[in-house]
Write a protein that binds this ligand. Sequence first.
Ligand code: WTA
Length: 655
Amino acid sequence: MSNIESVLNEIRVFKPSAEFVKQANVSGMGAYRTLADAAQKDYTGYWAKLARENILWRKPFTKTLDESNAPFFKWFEDGELNVSYNCLDKHLATQAEKTAIIFEADDGKVSKINYRDLYARVCQFANGLKSRGIKKGDRVIIYLPMSIEAAVAMQACARIGAIHSVVFGGFSAKSLHERITDAQACAVITADAQMRGGKVMPLKSIVDEALTMEGCDVVKHVIIYRRAGNEMQFNAPRDAWWHDLVAKQKTTCEPEWVGAEHPLFILYTSGSTGKPKGVQHSSGGYLLGAILTMQWVFDYKPTDIFWCTADVGWITGHSYVAYGPLAVGATQVMYEGIPTFPDAGRFWKMIQNHKVTTFYTAPTAIRSLIKLGSDLPKQYDLSSLRLLGTVGEPINPEAWMWYYNTVGQTRCPIVDTWWQTETGCHMIAPLPGAVPTKPGSCTLPIPGIQVAVVDELGNEVGTNQGGSLVITKSFPSQIRTIWGDPERFKKNYFPKEMRGAYLAGDSANRDEDGYIWIMGRNDDVLKVSGHRLGTMEIESALVANPLVAEAAVVGRPHDIKGESIVAFVVLKSARPTEAAKAKEIVEILRNWVSKEIGPIAKPDEIRFGDNLPKTRSGKIMRRLLRAIANGEEITQDVSTLENPAILEQLKEVVR
Ligand code: WTA
């Protein structure tokens, strides 16, 4: 078995400024090491102390970690708490008037809500749910646009101990049906429609469609937030308007105290094969992870204006919109719409208008905003920013540099945060006042998290050798099981060869400073002439060329080499339609990669598109590209594709 080769040669290092270090929550490498060492010395004692300091427990826990039924780990099991209490009630005595959410609608209208009013609205809605008989342990689907209501709905479920499962508003009736039946949900909270880029996109009609499908008769309640006022069907008594449901409800609601292991939510994540997995999270451990990373990775300060652009339909929108920021008492921005409406300056304008200090978005958004206007940030006053973050995919070093120079104006550290739906919160990310950053690396694990890079037999590989990323010790915020499928949970994340470690499914390498470089998904690794190459490094080489905005590479079976490399490229300028021009650019880019990495990584074929196929959360669908590169019939479900039309372009071979 050969290891994955690392071919990226990135040597730039950025130390945090003395000014940033001075004010940081974890200040300097010494402070980072003190925390990490404390975890080494007494692992459970370390987490127990943090859990006692950061969470308000109704009943204190006496047991920290129960490993007796591994990998079904239990944290703080006999402790009792309520997550919504920790996000809202906690702030009433100290900062009830502080703005909790600054909501900007698609059309630019801004509404703000403070902690007192948010608390009252959550309580009213929680009472409304209770009036419908919804109780602790019931599953509730939330299918809402980005809105204050979405945060209220999630918090209200947490308040009464109901288990929410948020479904992203871009998913189809079929996806909704799949999730409703898997979770056996008794209620759906939705809206008449959502507004995106000036368009009304119906939601309730999609719910209606899903509810006619087999097995969906388990849903007894549909609660509808009136957002757009569009026409829709109303099926009483099943359906209720949100505003009617809360109209006569009290503005207080005693929280339901639950055990720390009580499921806070299920979030479905589509695996590469088979039906989506219902990732089940706990209450206590999950909350702890969200709070700690707000403080450590986002260096949270009470004066911050925090903005995570993720939709609440993704884990990022759970941990860094609905829970983390509220648990630490932050003021946060929430945005209904898309980054390119009315133009590609929307994010920068919002940062200026709301004086955002901490901005967290995805590499795919960064790359597309570079393509649509790399100079646009300069037209806005971004001087309020002090920290930038990314999540969701490896960020190519050149996109990192643009983010650093043009958006952060070389003043703001970038936290490249590696984590997953399954980990609940950041796992590997720089603590910005301590850990120097390197473009393209998510740097070091957060203190307490134990990671390793291993081969297929679970043995650690050497420095700068690629392998599979694992987390060797259980940690509080981790996935507890796959809803209804504990066997799949064990098989998927704790395969025997890994000897008890959590298998992340990503390939990575660790450099001489201990920094982790994510190379892509294990399933996407290329095997060329006996060399195993990760996708990230070849793609980064392509993106480093001034002509290129985005790139994805996949392997295609090859008689001699095993696999040959096919690259799909989005240029900063328009897609070349003239054959001679296209051929010329292909040659420039092939030679470029050959020079940057070596002939081994030189793509055999390069194709151009106006965009790449991406999932709704913005990840490049390399599996689909593999089918295209192989000239196969596309059998995958492309209904969740953001932009199905570009598939035709990517089928065109440059000759
Ligand atoms: C990828 C998102 C490189 C990775 C929080 C992971 C990343 C998957 C990064 C999880 C990063 C996420 N650098 N790759 N900073 N962050 N990924 O479940 O492949 O939507 O396994 O969770 O995204 O995606 P998920």
